[in-house]
Design a protein around this ligand. Structure first.
Ligand code: ZN
Length: 103
């Protein structure tokens, strides 16, 4: 019958508290490294999404400005009174939606 070799601490590895603690530390270290990697990936994704949101925000602000100012009507040389301007936004939205096939 063969017996397992004693650990560096002179005990059977399964009975050695220091060896078991070292194994637990190694397991927790690997787990920590995995979570750290996941956290870094999520942080990078957040940064990417924030940049995307900023780009979309700028586009939205441009569009809202254009809609608010009745840009298309003004570009055609028409002058709009305030009442007409209020109707330009919804008409512009509808025209864009229709052109994009979303109506
Ligand atoms: Zn040991």
């Amino acid at each position: 019958m063969t017996y397992p070799k004693p650990c560096p601490h002179g005990e059977f590895p399964t009975d050695c508290e220091r060896c078991q603690q070292a194994a637990e530390i190694a397991r927790l270290t690997a787990e920590r490294d995995l979570w750290r990697k996941i956290a870094n990936q999520l942080a990078a994704e957040i940064v990417r999404l924030m940049a995307e949101v900023e780009g979309l925000r700028k586009d939205a602000e441009r569009y809202r400005w254009m809609r608010q100012h009745g840009y298309l009507a003004l570009a055609n040389g028409d002058l709009l009174d305030e009442d007409e301007l209020m109707h330009v936004g919804p008409r512009l939205d509808a025209a864009i939606d229709a052109a994009r096939g979303e109506t």
